[in-house]
Every structure is written in structure tokens, then in C-alpha cells.
Design a protein around this ligand. Structure first.
Ligand code: ADE
Length: 243
């Protein structure tokens, strides 16, 4: 049965919570990131279910082994096929995953468009790598997307998974209090967000731009757009060009 969101009527889109399963050898690393603030609210509201699975549950022996030396020699262990294949197959027998995502520094670099696309899915399975990486046959035969969170190498995929889940989770309808606010985030519409200010109006002689106190909403919106454009032009002209 194909149960992806695109085949469901629109009202279902809003009622259908997203589920994200994560495979990791260090599930403890992922305890805190989802227990606070917006990710906690998303789960409390029943809009997002996050399930972290200890990969050692599918270990090849009683010692919990999930990695081995690499063929061809060289330092560093490689995560073995069998535990990963068994875990993916068992989890996939319980639900159909829209994407099986491997977090890896050589993947496609995460951006807002990718987060937007993932936020429309129903079930995602994330695989966190460790050591030298995972046996390439898992990438060839199971993984459907490979995502990097930037051009640097982390000790494992868990922090990258936390970043990806956060970027997706906050986009789910109903998660943010003011639903429109994610629409004005930096990178939506290829623009960085404008500067923001709060009380006091004068801090050490540093004043809030007068326009923001004018009450003229049309003018304020024009000012914000102008600031966004200037900021993007100065800091990230590359994303302006993408349009
Ligand atoms: N694992 C290690 N480094 C990573 C990165 N930059 N992005 C995603 N997963 C990773």
C-alpha cells in the first residue's frame, strides 16, 4: 500500500503526523535535542513522532558488534551491512518510508529547500554513520538520499540528524505558534531575514529604527523587504542569484 502524503486528500495532510525513525549506535546523543522547545511541542501536539533505535539491537553477535575492519586495509572501522540491512528491513516492514536518509559529509548539502521537501513527507528513516562510514552496499541498495549539514566532518551522524530533524520539524503545519512565521525565515524566498529589535527603544544610545515605531504596516513591510535584500546582497549574493 502506498501511504505517502501526496496520495491523501488535503485535510489528511494536516492531520497526518510525521514520523521520523533514527538508527544510531549512540542514541543517548539524541535524547536532549528533541526534548525541548519547538521539537518538544511538535511531539506533545502529536504532530511529530521521533523514535531513536539502538543499532546494536541488530548486532552480528552477543558482544553488540556492528562494525569491522575495512577491506583493502587502512585505519578505521566500517559499519557492517548485516545490522543495518536487518534494521532497515525490520523497520520498513512496519511502515513504508518515503526516504531513507544517510547523514554523511559527502552527501547533498542541506538547505531550506531540502528541509521544505522533507517536511511534506510522512515517514523518514535516518541513518547515523560512525567510524569510517557504512559499508557502501547499504548506500547503494537501501539509502535513497544522502545529506550533509556542511563541509566539515563530525564524529558521527547524530548531531547532523538532530539538525535535520529540527529543520524539518519546525516546518510542520501547527508546530509553530504563529504558523506564518516559518514563511519569513531566512532562506525562504531566497532572502535572509531582516534585522529585528525589541525593548528598550534606546539601549546605551543605540536606537531602534524609527520606521518600526511608526505603526505604518505597509511602510514597515517595505523597509523589511529592503533590509532583507540589502543583507542578502551583502552577505549571501549567491542565494539571490538562485532565483
Ligand atoms: N557525519 C559526519 N559529518 C557529517 C556532516 N558534515 N554532515 C552529515 N553527517 C555527517
Amino acid at each position: 500500500m502506498n501511504n505517502t502524503r501526496k496520495n491523501k486528500p488535503r485535510f489528511f495532510f494536516y492531520l497526518c503526523p510525521m514520523r521520523i525513525d533514527i538508527l544510531s549506535v549512540l542514541p543517548e546523543l539524541l535524547e536532549s535535542p528533541f526534548q525541548h522547545s519547538i521539537m518538544k511541542r511538535a511531539q506533545d501536539k502529536g504532530l511529530l513522532t521521533i523514535q531513536v533505535h539502538q543499532l546494536r539491537k541488530w548486532a552480528v553477535n552477543e558482544y553488540g558488534q556492528v562494525d569491522d575492519y575495512q577491506y583493502g586495509g587502512g585505519a578505521g572501522m566500517v559499519m557492517m551491512c548485516e545490522p543495518l540491512a536487518k534494521a532497515i528491513e525490520e523497520l520498513s516492514s512496519e511502515r513504508k518510508y518515503d526516504e531513507i536518509i544517510f547523514l554523511t559529509p559527502d552527501g547533498e548539502t542541506l538547505n531550506q529547500q531540502i528541509a521544505n521537501t522533507f517536511s511534506l513527507k510522512e515517514n523518514l528513516l535516518l541513518i547515523c554513520g560512525h567510524y569510517k562510514g557504512i559499508d557502501d552496499r547499504i548506500r547503494q541498495h537501501f539509502v535513497t538520499k544522502e545529506i550533509s549539514i556542511g563541509d566539515y566532518v563530525l564524529s558521527g551522524g547524530e548531531l547532523a540528524a538532530a539538525v535535520l530533524v529540527d529543520a524539518i520539524g519546525r516546518l510542520l503545519p501547527g508546530v509553530l505558534n504563529d504558523e506564518t512565521s516559518a514563511l519569513f525565515d531566512s532562506f525562504q524566498d531566497h532572502l535572509l531575514a531582516p534585522p529585528v529589535f525589541t525593548r528598550p527603544e534606546d539601549f546605551r544610545g543605540w536606537k531602534v529604527p524609527k520606521i518600526l515605531m511608526s505603526g505604518d504596516h505597509k511602510k514597515i513591510e517595505e523597509w523589511r523587504l529592503d533590509q532583507s535584500l540589502k543583507r542578502t546582497q551583502k552577505r549571501r549574493p549567491d542565494i539571490l542569484k538562485e532565483e
